[in-house]
Write a protein that binds this ligand. Sequence first.
Ligand SMILES: [Zn+2]
Length: 140
Amino acid sequence: MRIPFFTDWNERRKLRNEFSYLALDAFYKALDDIDALEAKVEAEREKAANAIVQAKVTALAHRAMNHAVAEFAELFDNSDLAADQAGGFKCAEVEALAALLAAAGRPAAGEMWLEFHKVDEADGLEENAEVIEDAEVVAG
Ligand SMILES: [Zn+2]
């Protein structure tokens, strides 16, 4: 702001003070704005750092899970084991086992478990039918 030279001394001093006050006021407002922006930037930086940590934790958990599933699949992709054990599982259990093997990249092993389970179940039904027939013969 330009102060005309013909203004008297008191008036000039008053205007100068007013100008100084306005300039300082704008300066401090600008500092406040900068502080607010820096706080926002810092908050975003913190969010990004947390996201990176979270992503690393998730990646580690996935790696551990994949490793465990691969090991499980390796052990359960075994026809002797399936032949011995498939009949001992309930339908939902052997289906879950088959789904896990399929997800681990061994769908044939899953099918094998389902087949052994079916065969065992059919034998069980035959036995049951024989027991029922015998019971009817005895009762009749
Ligand atoms: Zn069943």
